[in-house]
Ligand binder design. Structure first.
Ligand code: BGC
Length: 788
């Protein structure tokens, strides 16, 4: 049995559980079945390809308590919308929520022996193993089971969600009777009677919708093909969910097609022979009118499934493995000396790849496509936490994330008008299709820093890739439109300082404040960068500049006004404490009474009214300390140390976005033990369910925070004014670590060992970087440098 705790499905506090499943670097594997961990394991064993997400639920069903399972299937960016009902409304509040839908379940394959249904909770499970392999991308389950009448049977199922085919997944289900011959029934189903979970009291869970959101319009069923056509009630989308199943068996069998409400079944009656394997292969697809005209969905489904059948399951597995080999070749982070950690890191990287939208129309949600937590919404998590991982590991995916933001520029302009800004664009705090969906504005719309976060990621992208075309065609417009908002909300005070009032910074335990340090400092960077880009394009590509300026009716005087606001930006600093103040009022508030807050009162957000929290010096997550990382060269080491020392004791880390940032700054200021502890907290956050809510989905920002913890934290990587720097340290617990970075067309491998660091140019002609302040150049003829 698993010995992990924290399996309750209500949110529980964050004591660290034990894990007893094997610590393999490239897989997670469980060898026994446990209803207590079932809900959580459905998340951990989830598969996805950036579009389709299938929770790790069994093909053959689960008869355990309803609150220990969520058999979900999701499509990144496919959503229903619903009016947000405010008992007491106000002008400009977000009007409509969008939420990721649980779509028809095509995974089902039930097995009957005579009239007894195979079920892990009944009969006798003699052997059980389920694994998810990060190199093959296959979810494998092997079971040896004996029915109540003593019939022994082996069941092996393999599942993939194809990285190479956005709309396709495949399952192979093999049954072998071990001590009997007789009647068997295999039923492949496609079930449209699905619904989303209900939110309850936890704001981090799903949407508040209780009924089914999909309306059945048509169904088709013939031979091995089944399809359901649904419409969403409000968002106006059509969706075709389809499956094609085929039985591979040399003995006698018959096929019956059944329909039961929204459930289509292909029922194979088999005359089974002892020792002879029966194999059912099932291909499944989803096509929606978010991607194609509604009239094409059905034929595209048929076509995709027919092609998959012609290709075959084995070939799809090969493609999957090749795709992953290419990914790992660029992205692998290797840590020697800590198996639990290595497993955690690979698991995180694998789930990030599974979660990220790669079509420019979708992004990466806070929980990926593994669960309904945060309703499939995209946040700043993308730009500040997840983007760096893709930028330096798979830059083409990072570019797609930026394309997504460009696609949402028009809605951001409209939102700015709703918020009374005459010009400019304000990106939504949380969204799927671009409209603001945050119903609680103090910790939502008020987080104007989202604009600067997006600008920051464009800057990072440009510095790492030098992609001038992107900047001219898309980036510049976003940068300038979003920069305008700072002038819209900011104003000069009597001392001539540019102030940004009534906003919320990253720390959601403090809201609606004046001059949040992070926001102002990031806005300053944003304004300067927007002005730089405007000047550069105006000088080098005047025609392009005229085009952009015309598009956004840019006044000639605007870039200078941006510069002035940046120069005079109010950045709160407390001279007595010698620290950066989180905002104008933070330091004068009462410090939270941590000593008298029992463990079960965390996370605070579930136990105290927001205003009680807002009145205190208490942080949910890194705020000033995040600025120390993102704007690294604006602070001295002493500054960083003082800020860290002040804010860390005030931070609950109730947000999973916090520990990784603290780990990085701890590394930089030489707090090595703390750096390691914070890092460990992030690296296995989902595997060990330390936040107690992984059953609702993985935490993608924290997963990427692990990557940052290695590259930015231990290896001290920074890009300052376009130049790549490292200052590596090696945690005493490790023998060495290695990771790779795409930078300016080159691929660099960094290997940190006791006493030395090796830099190796794997691709590209030349790369300049600095190691603890020493400039080095790697070239084709001298691709390796090893330094102390
Ligand atoms: C954090 C936000 C984050 C959101 C989604 C919240 O708990 O406070 O910063 O964007 O989760 O991950």
């Amino acid at each position: 049995m698993f010995n992990r705790t924290q399996k309750e499905y209500t949110v529980v506090s964050s004591a660290k559980p034990q894990h007893t499943y094997p610590l393999d670097a490239w897989s997670i594997r469980e060898t026994s079945f446990d209803t207590q961990s079932h809900f959580l394991d459905e998340t951990l064993f989830a598969l996805g390809n950036g579009y389709i997400g299938l929770r790790g639920s069994y093909e053959d069903g689960y008869s355990g308590p309803a609150n220990t399972t969520l058999d979900g299937s999701y499509l990144n960016g496919f959503y229903e919308s619903e009016t947000i009902h405010y008992p007491e409304t106000a002008y400009g509040l977000a009007k409509t929520n969008q939420f990721m839908l649980n779509v028809p379940n095509g995974k089902g394959i039930s097995l009957w022996i005579d009239d007894e249904r195979f079920d892990l909770l009944h009969g006798t499970v003699e052997q059980y193993e389920r694994s998810l392999d990060f190199r093959t991308g296959v979810l494998l389950r092997k079971v040896l089971w004996t029915s109540s009448k003593g019939q022994r049977i082996s069941i092996v199922s393999r599942r993939v969600v194809c990285f190479e085919h956005k709309h396709l997944y495949a399952i192979e289900y093999t049954v072998t009777p071990l001590n009997f011959s007789g009647k068997l029934r295999l039923v492949a189903s496609l079930d449209g009677a699905v619904k989303n979970i209900e939110a309850g009291d936890d704001p981090r869970i799903g949407s508040a919708v209780s009924g089914p959101a999909l309306q059945l319009v048509d169904s088709q069923q013939e031979d091995d093909f089944s399809a359901l056509l649904h419409h969403t009630s409000n968002s106006g989308f059509a969706l075709v969910s389809a499956t094609a199943s085929k039985l591979d068996y040399s003995g006698t069998h018959t096929l019956r097609l059944l329909k039961n409400g929204q459930r289509l079944e292909q029922s194979y009656e088999v005359q089974a022979t002892e020792g002879l394997a029966i194999r059912l292969t099932k291909f499944g697809s989803y096509f929606s009118s978010r991607d194609y005209p509604a009239k094409e969905l059905m034929y595209r489904s048929r076509d995709t499934l027919a092609q998959a059948q012609a290709t075959g399951f084995a070939e799809l597995l090969l493609e999957q493995e090749q795709y992953l080999a290419n990914f790992w070749q660029q992205a692998d982070v290797e840590i020697a000396g800590d198996d639990a950690l290595q497993q955690g890191i690979h698991f995180n990287q694998f789930h990030l790849l599974q979660s990220v939208g790669r079509d420019g129309k979708t992004n990466i949600s806070a929980k990926g496509v593994t669960g309904e937590g945060y309703e499939g919404h995209y946040f700043w998590d993308t730009e500040i936490y997840i983007f760096p991982f893709f930028l330096y590991s798979k830059p083409e995916i990072a570019k797609k994330l930026l394309e997504y933001r460009y696609a949402g520029l028009e809605q951001a302009r409209q939102r700015a008008r709703q918020m009374s800004h005459e010009r400019g664009a304000l990106y939504p705090w949380r969204t799927i299709a671009g409209e603001e969906c945050s119903a609680y504005f103090p910790a939502g719309t008020a987080q104007y820093h989202i604009n600067a976060d997006i600008a920051y990621s464009i800057k990072l992208y440009f510095e790492a890739t030098g992609d001038q075309d992107y900047l001219v065609n898309f980036g510049a417009e976003i940068l300038m439109e979003t920069a305008r908002i700072w002038l819209g909300i900011g104003s000069y005070d009597r001392e001539g300082r540019f102030c940004i009032n009534q906003v919320t910074g990253p720390d959601e335990y403090t809201a609606l404040v004046n001059n949040n340090y992070y926001t102002n400092a990031m806005a300053r960077l944003h304004l300067n960068f927007a002005a730089d880009v405007a000047e550069r394009i105006a000088a080098k590509q005047p025609e392009q500049f005229s085009r952009i300026a015309a598009l956004m009716a840019l006044d000639n005087a605007e870039p200078a006004a941006w510069r002035r606001a940046a120069q005079l930006m109010n950045l709160p600093y407390d001279a007595a404490l010698q620290i950066h103040a989180q905002d104008d009022s933070f330091l004068s508030k009462k410090v939270w009474d941590f000593a008298n807050t029992p463990k079960e009162k965390y996370p605070l957000l579930l136990n105290y009214h927001p205003m009680v929290i807002y009145r205190h010096q208490v942080c949910k997550q890194a705020d000033v300390v995040l600025a120390l990382l993102l704007l690294s060269d604006e602070f001295s080491k002493e500054d960083k140390k003082r800020d860290f020392d002040y804010y860390e004791p005030l931070t609950t880390h109730d947000s999973s976005l916090s520990s990784c940032i603290y780990s990085i700054i701890a590394s930089e200021i030489g707090y090595h033990e703390q750096a390691y502890d914070f890092f460990m907290e992030t690296a296995r956050l989902d595997l060990d369910n330390t936040h107690g809510n992984t059953h609702y989905g993985v935490h993608t920002a924290a997963m990427a925070g692990t990557w940052m913890g290695v590259a930015y934290g231990f290896a001290g990587m920074r890009v300052v004014k376009g130049a790549l720097r490292f200052a590596p340290t090696l945690p005493t617990q490790w023998q060495h670590y290695t990771f790779k970075i795409h930078f300016q067309g080159a691929l660099l491998e960094v290997r940190v060992e006791p006493g030395r660091t090796e830099y190796r140019l794997l691709q590209g002609e030349t790369l300049r970087l600095s190691h603890r302040g020493e400039e080095i150049t790697l070239t084709l003829s001298a691709p390796v440098k090893s330094l102390a």
